[in-house]
Design a protein around this ligand. Structure first.
Ligand code: BEZ
Length: 255
Protein backbone atom coordinates (compact mmCIF):
# COMPACT_ATOMS: atom_id res chain seq x y z
CA UNK A 1 0.00 0.00 0.00
CA UNK A 2 1.24 3.53 -0.79
CA UNK A 3 2.21 5.67 2.18
CA UNK A 4 0.79 9.16 2.47
CA UNK A 5 3.55 11.43 3.71
CA UNK A 6 1.61 14.48 4.92
CA UNK A 7 -2.15 14.37 4.60
CA UNK A 8 -2.93 17.38 6.77
CA UNK A 9 -5.08 20.06 5.21
CA UNK A 10 -4.69 23.25 7.29
CA UNK A 11 -7.70 24.95 5.65
CA UNK A 12 -10.14 22.07 6.32
CA UNK A 13 -8.70 21.94 9.84
CA UNK A 14 -9.27 25.64 10.56
CA UNK A 15 -12.62 25.93 8.73
CA UNK A 16 -14.41 22.86 10.05
CA UNK A 17 -12.34 21.34 12.87
CA UNK A 18 -11.37 24.37 14.94
CA UNK A 19 -12.86 22.53 17.93
CA UNK A 20 -9.51 20.71 18.20
CA UNK A 21 -7.79 23.85 19.46
CA UNK A 22 -10.92 25.44 20.97
CA UNK A 23 -11.12 22.52 23.42
CA UNK A 24 -7.38 22.87 24.06
CA UNK A 25 -7.88 26.30 25.66
CA UNK A 26 -9.23 24.47 28.69
CA UNK A 27 -5.99 22.52 28.92
CA UNK A 28 -3.96 25.74 29.08
CA UNK A 29 -5.88 26.42 32.32
CA UNK A 30 -4.43 23.17 33.69
CA UNK A 31 -0.94 24.03 32.39
CA UNK A 32 -1.01 27.33 34.32
CA UNK A 33 1.88 28.82 32.36
CA UNK A 34 4.22 31.03 34.42
CA UNK A 35 5.86 34.23 33.12
CA UNK A 36 9.45 32.97 33.35
CA UNK A 37 8.79 29.62 31.67
CA UNK A 38 9.85 28.10 28.35
CA UNK A 39 7.28 25.66 27.01
CA UNK A 40 7.10 23.11 24.20
CA UNK A 41 3.72 22.79 22.44
CA UNK A 42 4.04 19.25 21.09
CA UNK A 43 1.76 18.73 18.09
CA UNK A 44 0.95 22.43 17.67
CA UNK A 45 -1.02 22.01 14.41
CA UNK A 46 -1.77 25.43 12.94
CA UNK A 47 -0.42 27.17 16.03
CA UNK A 48 -3.47 28.69 17.75
CA UNK A 49 -2.68 27.30 21.22
CA UNK A 50 1.02 28.09 20.83
CA UNK A 51 0.00 31.70 20.21
CA UNK A 52 -2.20 31.76 23.33
CA UNK A 53 0.61 30.29 25.45
CA UNK A 54 3.14 32.74 23.99
CA UNK A 55 1.27 35.66 25.59
CA UNK A 56 1.74 34.15 29.05
CA UNK A 57 5.36 32.94 29.11
CA UNK A 58 8.96 33.90 28.33
CA UNK A 59 9.23 31.46 25.43
CA UNK A 60 7.30 28.80 23.55
CA UNK A 61 8.21 26.49 20.67
CA UNK A 62 5.44 24.93 18.56
CA UNK A 63 6.40 21.58 17.07
CA UNK A 64 4.45 19.43 14.62
CA UNK A 65 5.24 16.49 12.36
CA UNK A 66 3.32 18.04 9.47
CA UNK A 67 5.22 20.52 7.32
CA UNK A 68 1.87 21.79 5.96
CA UNK A 69 0.68 22.61 9.46
CA UNK A 70 3.99 24.25 10.41
CA UNK A 71 3.90 26.39 7.26
CA UNK A 72 0.36 27.46 8.10
CA UNK A 73 1.37 28.28 11.70
CA UNK A 74 4.41 30.29 10.52
CA UNK A 75 2.23 32.18 8.06
CA UNK A 76 -0.36 33.10 10.70
CA UNK A 77 2.10 33.82 13.53
CA UNK A 78 5.41 34.86 11.87
CA UNK A 79 6.77 36.18 15.19
CA UNK A 80 6.64 32.74 16.87
CA UNK A 81 9.05 29.78 16.77
CA UNK A 82 7.59 26.74 14.95
CA UNK A 83 9.58 23.64 14.06
CA UNK A 84 8.87 20.39 12.25
CA UNK A 85 9.53 17.44 14.56
CA UNK A 86 8.41 13.91 15.36
CA UNK A 87 6.99 13.34 18.86
CA UNK A 88 8.88 10.04 19.17
CA UNK A 89 12.30 11.36 18.13
CA UNK A 90 12.54 15.14 18.53
CA UNK A 91 15.62 16.98 19.65
CA UNK A 92 16.13 20.45 21.15
CA UNK A 93 19.31 21.82 22.74
CA UNK A 94 17.63 23.43 25.77
CA UNK A 95 15.24 21.56 28.10
CA UNK A 96 11.77 22.98 28.78
CA UNK A 97 9.93 23.90 31.98
CA UNK A 98 6.82 22.17 30.66
CA UNK A 99 5.61 20.16 27.68
CA UNK A 100 2.02 20.72 26.60
CA UNK A 101 0.25 18.49 24.11
CA UNK A 102 -3.34 18.68 22.92
CA UNK A 103 -4.93 16.08 20.60
CA UNK A 104 -1.64 14.73 19.26
CA UNK A 105 -0.35 11.74 21.20
CA UNK A 106 -3.02 9.37 19.82
CA UNK A 107 -1.14 9.68 16.50
CA UNK A 108 2.09 8.40 18.07
CA UNK A 109 2.14 4.61 17.99
CA UNK A 110 5.61 4.40 19.55
CA UNK A 111 4.35 5.96 22.77
CA UNK A 112 7.25 4.71 24.87
CA UNK A 113 9.72 6.54 22.60
CA UNK A 114 7.59 9.70 22.89
CA UNK A 115 7.52 9.41 26.67
CA UNK A 116 11.32 8.94 26.78
CA UNK A 117 11.82 11.93 24.50
CA UNK A 118 9.53 14.14 26.58
CA UNK A 119 11.36 13.09 29.75
CA UNK A 120 14.75 13.95 28.22
CA UNK A 121 13.51 17.40 27.20
CA UNK A 122 12.18 18.49 30.60
CA UNK A 123 14.16 20.27 33.30
CA UNK A 124 14.22 18.53 36.71
CA UNK A 125 10.69 18.97 38.23
CA UNK A 126 9.42 19.98 34.78
CA UNK A 127 5.82 19.00 33.98
CA UNK A 128 3.77 17.34 31.29
CA UNK A 129 0.22 18.43 30.57
CA UNK A 130 -1.36 16.13 27.99
CA UNK A 131 -4.73 15.45 26.41
CA UNK A 132 -5.41 12.87 23.72
CA UNK A 133 -7.84 10.18 22.63
CA UNK A 134 -8.34 7.38 25.16
CA UNK A 135 -9.55 3.79 24.97
CA UNK A 136 -12.53 3.37 22.61
CA UNK A 137 -12.18 6.89 21.25
CA UNK A 138 -14.33 7.37 18.09
CA UNK A 139 -15.22 3.68 18.36
CA UNK A 140 -18.56 3.90 16.54
CA UNK A 141 -17.03 5.87 13.65
CA UNK A 142 -14.09 3.48 13.28
CA UNK A 143 -16.26 0.35 13.47
CA UNK A 144 -18.62 1.61 10.78
CA UNK A 145 -15.70 2.71 8.58
CA UNK A 146 -14.11 -0.73 8.87
CA UNK A 147 -17.42 -2.39 8.04
CA UNK A 148 -17.96 -0.25 4.93
CA UNK A 149 -14.38 -0.89 3.74
CA UNK A 150 -14.72 -4.66 4.21
CA UNK A 151 -18.07 -4.78 2.37
CA UNK A 152 -16.30 -3.35 -0.70
CA UNK A 153 -13.31 -5.70 -0.45
CA UNK A 154 -10.83 -3.27 1.17
CA UNK A 155 -9.76 -5.65 3.93
CA UNK A 156 -6.17 -4.35 4.16
CA UNK A 157 -7.35 -0.76 4.61
CA UNK A 158 -9.89 -1.84 7.23
CA UNK A 159 -7.04 -3.25 9.34
CA UNK A 160 -5.04 -0.03 9.39
CA UNK A 161 -3.70 0.83 12.79
CA UNK A 162 -2.86 4.53 12.70
CA UNK A 163 -4.07 5.61 16.15
CA UNK A 164 -3.15 4.70 19.69
CA UNK A 165 -6.05 5.07 22.11
CA UNK A 166 -4.72 3.71 25.42
CA UNK A 167 -6.37 3.18 28.76
CA UNK A 168 -5.27 5.39 31.65
CA UNK A 169 -3.55 2.33 33.13
CA UNK A 170 -1.40 1.71 30.05
CA UNK A 171 -0.31 5.32 29.66
CA UNK A 172 0.32 6.21 33.30
CA UNK A 173 2.24 2.94 33.85
CA UNK A 174 4.51 3.81 30.93
CA UNK A 175 5.02 7.32 32.35
CA UNK A 176 5.90 5.88 35.76
CA UNK A 177 8.26 3.32 34.21
CA UNK A 178 10.09 6.26 32.62
CA UNK A 179 10.41 8.01 35.99
CA UNK A 180 7.50 10.48 35.88
CA UNK A 181 5.28 11.10 38.89
CA UNK A 182 1.66 11.20 37.67
CA UNK A 183 -0.49 13.67 39.63
CA UNK A 184 -3.65 13.67 37.53
CA UNK A 185 -5.22 11.17 35.15
CA UNK A 186 -8.77 11.64 33.92
CA UNK A 187 -10.65 9.56 31.34
CA UNK A 188 -13.93 11.02 30.14
CA UNK A 189 -16.48 11.08 27.32
CA UNK A 190 -16.45 14.24 25.28
CA UNK A 191 -19.17 14.09 22.61
CA UNK A 192 -17.74 16.55 20.09
CA UNK A 193 -20.01 18.68 17.87
CA UNK A 194 -18.95 18.69 14.22
CA UNK A 195 -19.37 21.85 12.16
CA UNK A 196 -21.75 20.85 9.38
CA UNK A 197 -25.06 18.97 9.66
CA UNK A 198 -24.96 17.88 5.99
CA UNK A 199 -21.34 16.70 5.83
CA UNK A 200 -20.10 16.42 9.45
CA UNK A 201 -18.94 12.79 9.46
CA UNK A 202 -17.77 12.93 5.84
CA UNK A 203 -15.64 16.00 6.62
CA UNK A 204 -14.27 14.29 9.73
CA UNK A 205 -13.27 11.25 7.65
CA UNK A 206 -11.60 13.48 5.03
CA UNK A 207 -9.71 15.40 7.69
CA UNK A 208 -8.59 12.66 10.04
CA UNK A 209 -9.10 9.25 8.43
CA UNK A 210 -7.67 9.77 4.95
CA UNK A 211 -5.06 7.02 5.51
CA UNK A 212 -7.86 4.44 5.41
CA UNK A 213 -8.59 5.52 1.82
CA UNK A 214 -5.13 4.94 0.36
CA UNK A 215 -5.54 2.81 -2.78
CA UNK A 216 -9.35 2.95 -2.56
CA UNK A 217 -11.16 3.83 -5.83
CA UNK A 218 -12.42 7.41 -5.88
CA UNK A 219 -16.04 6.32 -6.42
CA UNK A 220 -15.77 3.93 -3.48
CA UNK A 221 -14.35 6.68 -1.24
CA UNK A 222 -17.48 8.74 -1.81
CA UNK A 223 -19.85 5.83 -1.32
CA UNK A 224 -18.02 4.68 1.85
CA UNK A 225 -18.10 8.20 3.32
CA UNK A 226 -21.82 8.49 2.51
CA UNK A 227 -22.58 5.10 3.99
CA UNK A 228 -20.60 5.71 7.18
CA UNK A 229 -22.42 9.00 7.74
CA UNK A 230 -25.83 7.50 6.95
CA UNK A 231 -25.34 4.49 9.24
CA UNK A 232 -24.17 6.67 12.13
CA UNK A 233 -27.20 8.97 12.01
CA UNK A 234 -29.26 7.15 14.68
CA UNK A 235 -26.31 7.08 17.08
CA UNK A 236 -24.46 10.35 16.54
CA UNK A 237 -26.85 12.91 14.98
CA UNK A 238 -28.67 14.66 17.83
CA UNK A 239 -31.14 17.46 17.09
CA UNK A 240 -29.36 18.32 13.84
CA UNK A 241 -25.84 18.26 15.32
CA UNK A 242 -23.28 15.54 14.76
CA UNK A 243 -21.64 14.52 18.02
CA UNK A 244 -18.48 12.51 17.36
CA UNK A 245 -17.93 9.88 20.05
CA UNK A 246 -14.67 11.23 21.47
CA UNK A 247 -13.21 9.84 24.70
CA UNK A 248 -10.31 11.76 26.17
CA UNK A 249 -7.43 11.16 28.54
CA UNK A 250 -5.98 14.09 30.46
CA UNK A 251 -2.72 13.70 32.31
CA UNK A 252 -0.45 15.84 34.44
CA UNK A 253 2.94 14.39 35.42
CA UNK A 254 6.23 15.69 36.84
CA UNK A 255 9.84 14.73 36.15
C1 BEZ B 1 -9.06 12.85 18.44
O1 BEZ B 1 -8.76 14.04 18.64
O2 BEZ B 1 -9.51 12.13 19.33
C2 BEZ B 1 -8.85 12.26 17.11
C3 BEZ B 1 -8.59 13.04 16.06
C4 BEZ B 1 -8.37 12.46 14.86
C5 BEZ B 1 -8.43 11.12 14.69
C6 BEZ B 1 -8.72 10.34 15.74
C7 BEZ B 1 -8.94 10.92 16.96
Amino acid sequence: MKQKIDFWNPELYKNKHAFVYDYGTDLIGILKPQKHERILDLGCGSGQLTATISKLVAGVVGMDKSLQMIRSAQHTYPQLDFQVGNAASFSFKQPFDAIFSNATLHWVLDYKAAIACMYQHLKPSGRLVLEFGGKDNVKAIVQQLQKSLITRGYTTQSQLNCWFFPSIGTYTSALEAQGFTVTLAHYFDRPTPLADEQTGIKDWLSMFASSFFIDVDKKDILSIQNEVQEQLKPLLLKNGTWLADYRRIRITAYK
